[in-house]
Structures are given as C-alpha cells and as structure tokens.
Design a protein around this ligand. Structure first.
Ligand SMILES: Nc1ncnc2c1ncn2[C@@H]1O[C@H](COP(=O)(O)OP(=O)(O)OP(=O)(O)O)[C@@H](O)[C@H]1O
Ligand code: SF4
Ligand SMILES: [Mg+2]
Length: 324
C-alpha cells in the first residue's frame, strides 16, 4: 500500500434481509438495510457515523468487523480485500465494541477467559505471552488485575464497557468500530469512557469508526462525520465543516433538532418523519417526503454523493444543497 493511501476502503457495500421464496413458492419480502455505501478510512482518524434509528448503522458496522456478510461490495484493508477472505481475517484487524456492555460479555466466563480468547484464537499466543499481555491490557483500561478472575455481573456498566474495550484491543486491531459505545452509560461515566478511548487511540495508533445517534458526543470525538439516511451515506465532511455548514437538508434537520452544546435547539416544524417503505422504496431521493427543498427532479432520480468543495472532502447527495 502507498504511504498516503486509505487504511480501509469500503466499496459499494450493501446488505439485504429476507428475499427468496417460502416452501410454498411464494416470494418473501426483501428489505435492504444498507444500499451501496462507499467510504475511505484514513489511519488515525475517528469517523463518526450518525443517523436516525433503523438507518443501517449497526448493519454497516457488523459487516465492517465480519459479524455479517455483505450482499454486495468489498472491504479492503491496506489494499487487501478482507470481505472475500472471510470473517477471521477481518476480525484480526477490525474489532467491535457493542452498545450494551454487560450483555455483550459471556456471563459464564471470567474476564480472564473473555480477554484471552482473542489472544489465543486470533493472535495464536501461548500461555506466558497471554499472561503478560493480560495484565498490561487490564491496567490500560484502568481496571485492577484482580478483576481478571471475576465474572461480568460483578461490574458496573462503565467497568463492563472498559472490559468490552479491552476485549476489542486484545486482538491488537488496527480499526475499532464502536457502536453506540457510551449510549447505555450515565453521563458522568460517558465522559470517563470517552477520555479512555481517546488515550487508547493515541497510545496505540488506532483508527475509530464511532457510531452514535448523539450528535453532541460525535461532535466531541469525531474528526470526520458521515451521515446515514435510509441505508445510504447522504453527506460526509470534516466534523467542523459538517456541524458548521451542513449541505444536506437531512443533516441540517438532525443538527437543528439535536441538543448540541453552544447551539440553540431549533424548532423543526413540518417534519413528518416519514420514511419510504423499505420493502418497496420509490425512485428518487429517499428524503423527499420530508424535505423542505424537494422539487420534481428529486422524485425522479437518486442524487449521487458528490464533492461540493474544492478539496473534495465535503460531499453531499442532494440536487439542491443548502449552500446553493
Ligand atoms: N437480521 C435482520 N433481519 C431483518 N432485518 C434487519 C436485521 N437487522 C437489521 N434489520 C433491519 O435493517 C434496518 C437497519 O437496522 P440497523 O440495526 O442497522 O439500524 P441502526 O441504524 O443501527 O438503528 P439503531 O439506531 O436503532 O441502532 C432496520 O430496518 C432493521 O429492522
Ligand atoms: S435531493 Fe431533493 S429531496 Fe433529496 S435532500 Fe436534496 S433537495 Fe431534498
Ligand atoms: Mg444500531
């Protein structure tokens, strides 16, 4: 790979559920949760992914870590197509942190067994090597080594999420996909976990994909943001540009309706919240039924995600973006 090339290339990634036929020969309905997502991830960045519930964030995340197989598309790391090489190859380099820390840990296993599994299965480390790494790892996430012989139910939500983060790091990944990692935690604990994630990222040279419906959290952690709507990326930009000058009417709606610090929450009157039927989406822009800027052309063709600035970093999929 070239020094300046992207660490991860996501190309036209799609995932459908259902489809096919029942044993009686009738067609089963098909829903497309992710519809052709393309993104580049640069080493060291934190890419925030935002969007309303059901827009496909977790489905995308699960494909990135090999927990789910794409219906179409490719995931390349350092130029190598890992989606074709199977889940093990992806799991070695890309790890997942779940939203619900306690239920994501096996209640029957000690923390030691939970953290040793990736070291053994993904890195092939022997007993002595695992022992040394375990102690460093648990201290790295600000937990005491004696916790290793306890079980998940003995921990608070914040502690359990530190263990979830340690488990992700045990495989020594390059990329960590964090799916709503602090949403289940109290606000005071959220800040501690976010600080820990920031330190670990710097110390270990990690790259994050940070998924959240909470725009204030994303604004505080992300270097770049991708906005998802109805299974597609509709806008992507450096975080500061996206929050200061959104181009897509959906991003604008999200920002105006979110309680973001230093910015007044504004009324978003007239938003119907209406989504197209996922089993039978109409042609054109899926945001059209809710969009105050919609015109006839919006209902005919799908707007492509195109660069809107000179450097090409700010991209939006809209025929009539806000800056026009
Ligand atoms: N295994 C599955 N089988 C059928 N449909 C699914 C499956 N997983 C997800 N979906 C559907 O795909 C769409 C996207 O779901 P997904 O969980 O990716 O959304 P999300 O953006 O993560 O939402 P949330 O913010 O609520 O976590 C939804 O319509 C969901 O019902
Ligand atoms: S393409 Fe049209 S309907 Fe879609 S967001 Fe842009 S202006 Fe609105
Ligand atoms: Mg989700």
């Amino acid at each position: 790979m070239s020094e300046t090339g992207p660490l991860m290339e996501i190309r036209d990634l799609a995932r459908s559920f259902g489809g096919g036929r029942t044993i009686f020969g009738t067609k089963k309905p098909q829903l497309t949760a992710v519809r052709g997502v393309s993104l580049d991830l640069t080493k060291g960045e934190t890419l925030g992914i935002v969007g309303e519930s059901g827009c496909g964030k977790s489905t995308l995340a699960r494909m990135l870590v090999g927990l789910d197989r794409p219906t179409r598309g490719a995931i390349r790391l350092d130029g190598e197509d890992l989606s074709a090489s199977g889940t093990q190859a992806l799991a070695r380099r890309v790890q997942y942190v779940f939203q619900d820390p306690v239920s994501s840990l096996n209640p029957r296993q000690t923390i030691r067994a939970i953290l040793e599994a990736p070291m053994r299965h993904l890195l092939g480390l022997g007993k002595d090597q695992r022992k040394a790494r375990l102690e460093t790892l648990i201290e790295d996430v600000n937990l005491r080594p004696e916790f290793l012989d306890r079980y998940p139910h003995e921990f608070s939500g914040g502690q359990a999420q530190r263990i979830g983060i340690a488990r992700a790091l045990a495989a020594e990944p390059d990329v960590v996909v964090l799916d709503e990692p602090v949403s289940a935690l109290d606000v005071s604990v959220q800040a501690q976990v976010l600080n820990l994630l920031d330190r670990l990222k710097r110390d270990r040279g990690l790259t994050y994909v940070f998924i959240s419906h909470d725009l204030a959290v994303v604004e505080s952690v992300a270097t770049r943001v991708a906005v998802m709507y109805f299974g597609e990326i509709v806008e992507t930009a450096p975080a500061r540009d996206l929050f200061r000058a959104p181009l897509h009417p959906y991003t604008d709606l999200l920002i105006r309706s979110a309680p973001v610090p230093n910015r007044k929450r504004q009324a978003t009157s007239g938003d119907s919240g209406e989504l197209p039927d996922p089993y039978d989406p109409p042609p054109g822009c899926p945001f059209a039924p809710r969009c105050p800027r919609a015109e006839a052309d919006c209902r005919e063709a799908m707007p492509p995600l195109e660069p809107r600035d000179r450097g090409g970093a700010h991209r939006a999929a809209c025929f009539h973006p806000l800056a026009d």
